[in-house]
Design a protein around this ligand. Structure first.
Ligand code: TRP
Length: 333
């Protein structure tokens, strides 16, 4: 199977190169109803890209904006035009599969997928069309890559994996008395599983303890947060799309109870969490765009390493800190 992946993508790269030489005219099939096109030359673009975003929340929106801007500016610099069809799956598995099948049916040159469920959906419908993912926390496990360095098939991209212990080190500094952490996450989100396993291992090894409250969708988040603030000293949230969507609700419940919420993405701090250590998602989106252009111009995803972010930034919310009486001045600059 893997051999075939490699062969197919090698053939595909050759086809893309041939397309470039021929000017690839007529490769754009126009945009479907409800999608936006971000190219000034729809219908005559050199390349057509289908972009699927898993759902709307602060971080995924930030990634998409940065990715689209960078893609257009770099395409212009390279003298090529890229027609991007943007679709949002609104967190719905049926939408994911419909959108991905539509992209395949239209014969797009490449699929960009933001967040794990979107990337897994795209990888499930094609082994031929190159897929560049953005912000997939654990791509080797969840997208069945051979390795980060050599993915082996038609799929590569950027990962937002982070050293979880960094977040607990910040917690130990800001609220050293907090020992029992409430773990709040969605059971059906693959990206949360690995981070939660790391969190448990860290707490077990460092004299902490934990209580779990899991949800299956956004509407359960408020009740889960309420349960945790009654039992725990602090709350920890992994890179979980479902909880991120309801982050302001979590912040309201926790601030009322004066419980610190430690999160794994800056967007959840923006939306009311106390502190996070995580990647810069604008940079991540831009890096993804650069990979998209490389693949469009003939690079082979099978041998293109997944990019991870080496800079982990601590971000704090001063308003939340003031509301619950925690001194975060060490992290304010
Ligand atoms: N990493 C998540 C995934 O693999 C997507 C994601 C990006 C995310 N930024 C986030 C989730 C911020 C929650 C909060 O699906």
């Amino acid at each position: 199977m893997k051999k075939m992946h490699k062969l197919l993508s090698a053939m595909l790269s050759a086809a893309v190169c041939a397309g470039m030489l021929a000017g690839c005219s007529g490769s754009s099939s126009g945009s479907a109803a409800g999608s936006q096109t971000a190219s000034g030359s729809a219908g005559g673009a050199d390349y057509t890209v289908g972009l699927i975003q898993y759902m709307e929340h602060t971080s995924l929106d930030e990634i998409r904006t940065a990715l689209e801007q960078r893609l257009q500016s770099q395409a212009e610099a390279a003298g090529i035009t890229v027609d991007v069809q943007v679709q949002n799956a609104q967190g719905d598995p049926t939408n994911i599969s419909n959108i991905c099948n539509k992209f395949v049916g239209e014969g797009v040159d490449l699929i960009v997928a933001i967040a794990t469920p979107a990337a897994a959906g795209a990888a499930g419908v094609t082994e031929d069309i190159p897929i560049v993912f953005s912000a997939v926390t654990d791509p080797v496990t969840d997208l069945q890559l051979d390795s980060l360095d050599a993915p082996g098939g038609n799929v590569t991209g950027t990962s937002d994996s982070i050293p979880v212990e960094k977040i607990f080190e910040v917690a130990a500094e800001l609220t050293p008395e907090a020992k029992n952490f409430g773990l709040l996450y969605c059971t059906s989100e693959p990206s949360s599983a690995g981070v939660i396993a790391d969190a448990k291992a860290y707490l077990d090894a460092n004299g902490g303890s934990y209580t779990e409250a899991t949800v299956t969708n956004t509407s359960e988040v408020q009740q889960a947060a309420q349960t945790l603030v009654e039992k725990c000293d602090a709350i920890f949230i992994p890179i979980d799309n479902t909880v991120a969507t309801a982050m302001s609700v979590v912040a309201e419940v926790a601030n009322e109870a004066k419980i610190p919420v430690y999160v794994s993405a800056d967007s959840m701090v923006k939306d009311g969490g106390l502190a996070s250590a995580g990647v810069n998602y604008t940079n991540l989106g831009e890096k993804t765009a650069d990979m998209v252009l490389e693949v469009l111009q003939g690079a082979d995803p099978a041998t293109m390493p997944v990019q991870t972010m080496t800079d982990v930034n601590v971000v704090v919310n001063e308003e939340t800190a003031a509301a619950i009486g925690v001194d975060v001045s060490a992290y304010v600059n």
